[in-house]
Design a protein around this ligand. Structure first.
Ligand SMILES: [Zn+2]
Length: 235
């Protein structure tokens, strides 16, 4: 088997497509998590989404970024938070490590053959992202920017929500939206410069990013799933 990242012949690991720490809050006492599909409702799966994807060395490379991202999102490194109306501005993030983490997640969902990720078709960006991740080159801030939005319901972050990635548009550009760990991640997968609002909110090379909390009730793309959640007494 060939590793999807370095392309070397190797025994492949059963790699996580979505890093496990993003599901940590979602596991119940039996280590199952709530996975939601538009059509099939709420069902359980064991231990996240895995697939033979990476060799041991590439697993190691990506796990370094995952460890760092886990600290940014769950605590463990000093960050500065500033509230500006509805917007939360975070600074002190290591641009290269957090960006490579975010790009590696997007890339893995594009490479994955799992039905959950069938909505992600990166085309020529798949190879561009592969090379950036392999070379540990995060590019500049306008290259594949992403915006992170906490999803709120009655004052709390909605953690028990995993939604298959969907395509959307930001301005004229194609974007992908993921929901896991109580956060919506919107990536612009396009070669052109992103709209200014996106660039302003996305992670800057100085290590600042803006989060705009979304109310669950305002998110039309998951409203039907939210109704499903309420019905299943998850919320
Ligand atoms: Zn490899």
């Amino acid at each position: 088997m060939r590793c999807h990242l370095c392309k070397k012949e190797s025994d492949l690991k059963n790699s996580h497509i979505i890093p496990e720490f993003l599901f940590a809050a979602l596991y119940d006492e039996k280590h199952r998590f709530h996975e939601l599909h538009l059509d099939t409702g709420n069902k359980y799966k064991q231990k996240g989404f895995r697939e033979p994807l990476l060799c041991g060395d590439c697993e190691q490379l990506l796990s370094r970024y995952e460890r760092y991202a886990s600290k940014v999102l769950n605590g463990g490194i000093p960050l500065t938070y500033r509230r500006d109306g509805r917007i939360i501005r975070i600074s002190g993030i290591d641009y290269r490590r957090f960006k490579l983490f975010a790009l590696s997640t997007l890339w893995r969902t594009g490479v994955s053959k799992m039905e959950m990720f069938s909505g992600v078709t990166l085309g020529p960006h798949e190879e561009k992202l592969r090379l950036m991740i392999l070379m540990e080159n995060a590019g500049d801030a306008s290259r594949y920017p992403f915006i992170v939005s906490p999803i709120m319901h009655e004052g709390d972050i909605v953690e028990a929500l995993v939604v298959p990635p969907t395509q959307t548009r930001l301005g004229h550009q194609l974007a992908y939206r993921f929901v896991f760990g109580g956060l919506a991640w919107t990536y612009v997968a396009c070669s052109q410069r992103p709209p200014k609002e996106v660039e302003d909110a996305a992670l800057s090379m100085e290590g600042t990013m803006s989060m705009i909390p979304w109310a669950l009730s305002d998110m039309r793309f998951i409203t039907s799933m939210a109704q499903e959640l309420v019905k299943n007494e998850v919320l």
